[in-house]
Design a protein around this ligand. Structure first.
Ligand code: BG6
Length: 479
């Protein structure tokens, strides 16, 4: 609420994206008066808004739209008070019965909250004047079964088109640009297939450790925390077929179709086609940092992975035999999220002196911290001889468009208010992604074949990950 949600609402207000008739109601166990809550939210904006501290008179006007209802998540009377407050907002702030619930809570209480909303008359079926939507943060379940149970609970109250499962990666500008690059240009799509593409690498590397989230992360690990959602969503955007139109469901239909074509990793292949790691102490940007097992709320003999790599195959005409290598980890050498499409080698070599290496063409979609697209190709080095060297053509969003991308949360909350679900994950895709990672989770949970810690903070990850690619005569791109 403090770090992301309220600053996002404030920035949407500054940009005039927030409708004039709005109300924000905080609901949690802490006892606050409206005034105290507003003051707390102002502090949050001062600290976390990308537009700097809140300024009057705009803030005092904004603050009039903020109120607070204390209550616990199992107290139906408190939810009735919440309903009364929302009805007051309809009368006094002109919110017209439109409701967007944002569950910024531990996942363990999602089902209970949805049930309470229904019991207190806040569910969509009781709303006769406006719309009711719900935003649910990841993780949506902790495995396939729990995700299905959660879906059963939520869908008892909310129809699918009113459920907005937020995956903040989808709100990042360069991620939205994947579809533009593919489908707003004519030159990429004809070569976007197994005839021209050798392999795809998707990386989401971080330099941060688990920070203060050891408690959560201990029961999660990198595969659940990043691969099952963010990275699988990137894979779907890169590999899907062109949608028939740009509406939310046409796009989400294609994403689902390609996720369904991902071949489940056979149990016997899990150890060959995956790698996992846990960071040891090391140094990041010249500063010593502790190992994962020394982090707060982490067991000293923890077996939780902070690095996960998976090789996937997609069983369809476009991608047969093209490996997709996915990896994500904490405390790696650099923060770097990117998708690299590596093209096949040229069929016949004409140029280049004997010592020249002719690199394969690579198209890199850079997601963060750099945002852009770069294409590596071979060119003649000026001079009398036919020396060939790899060069790169780069596009950078910041300099290309002269703007700084808005944070993903702002875009996504704005979309949910407008009722545009394109950048939210539909249940069928969540389920397909769980189906893909389950054999790996099961195998990893029941084996101690990798002894942790196995990579130093600040490195490229565990050696087993390099071995996984070496077995295919390939290498990871440097992080
Ligand atoms: C979150 C994960 O979903 O994404 C975190 O729970 C991770 O563990 C974060 O650090 C990464 O997001 P970003 O935008 O910094 O790449």
């Amino acid at each position: 609420m403090k770090r992301m949600l309220l600053p996002a609402m404030w920035n949407l207000r500054l940009e005039d994206i927030l409708p004039a008739d709005f109300g924000i109601v905080g609901f949690s166990r802490s006892e606050f008066s409206d005034e105290d809550f507003r003051a707390d939210m102002r502090k949050a904006v001062d600290e976390f808004s990308r537009n700097g501290p809140a300024k009057d008179p705009l803030w005092s006007d904004f603050a009039k739209h903020i109120s607070y209802v204390p209550g616990s998540f199992n107290d139906v009377a408190a939810f009735h008070k919440l309903r009364e407050q929302l009805e007051r907002n309809d009368r006094e702030l002109g919110t017209g019965g439109n409701r967007l619930f944002y569950l910024s809570t531990p996942p363990s209480v999602f089902s209970q909250i949805v049930d309470m909303l229904e019991q207190s008359g806040l569910g969509p079926s009781a709303n006769k004047t406006g719309w009711t939507r719900i935003i649910i943060e990841k993780p949506f379940g902790t495995d396939l079964d729990s995700a299905r149970r959660l879906q059963a609970d939520v869908s008892k109250v909310f129809p699918e088109r009113q459920i907005y499962r937020i995956d903040h990666y989808l709100g990042k500008e360069p991620v939205q640009d994947i579809m533009a690059l593919r489908f707003a240009n004519v030159i990429f799509e004809p070569i976007w297939n197994r005839r021209y593409i050798d392999s795809v690498q998707i990386t989401a590397a971080e330099t941060v450790g688990v920070e203060s989230r050891g408690g959560y992360y201990e029961s999660s690990g990198a595969l659940r925390d990043m691969i099952q959602n963010h990275v699988m969503n990137l894979l779907a955007l890169v590999a899907m077929e062109p949608p028939v139109s740009s509406d939310a469901d046409s796009i989400r239909d294609e994403k689902y179709k390609v996720l369904r074509a991902v071949r489940p990793i056979e149990r016997a292949r899990v150890l060959l086609d995956t790698a996992r790691g846990q960071y040891d102490a090391g140094s990041i940007a010249g500063k010593p940092v502790p190992g994962y097992r020394e982090e707060p709320n982490v067991r000293p003999d923890s077996n939780t992975e902070t690095y996960a790599a998976v090789k996937l195959s997609i069983d369809n005409w476009r991608w047969a035999d093209v490996p997709f290598y996915l990896r994500s980890g904490k405390r790696l050498a650099r923060k770097n999220s990117e998708i690299a499409i590596r093209f096949r080698s040229i069929p016949h070599r004409l140029f280049g002196e004997a010592g020249d290496a002719l690199d394969n063409n690579v198209l890199v979609m850079k997601i963060q911290p750099e945002e852009g697209v770069s294409l590596r190709f071979n060119a003649k080095v000026p001079g009398p001889k036919m020396h060939i060297r790899s060069v790169s053509m780069d596009f950078n969003y910041g300099t290309g468009f002269g703007v700084v991308s808005a944070p993903a949360y702002e875009r996504l909350i704005g979309d949910a208010m407008r009722g545009d679900a394109t950048l939210f994950t539909r249940w069928d895709a969540v389920e397909a992604a769980w189906e893909t990672v389950m054999p790996v989770l099961d195998r990893w949970q029941n084996s101690t074949d990798e002894s942790f810690p196995n990579y130093s903070a600040g490195s490229q990850g565990p050696p087993s990950s390099d071995r996984m690619l070496a077995a295919d005569n390939r290498e990871w791109r440097k992080i």
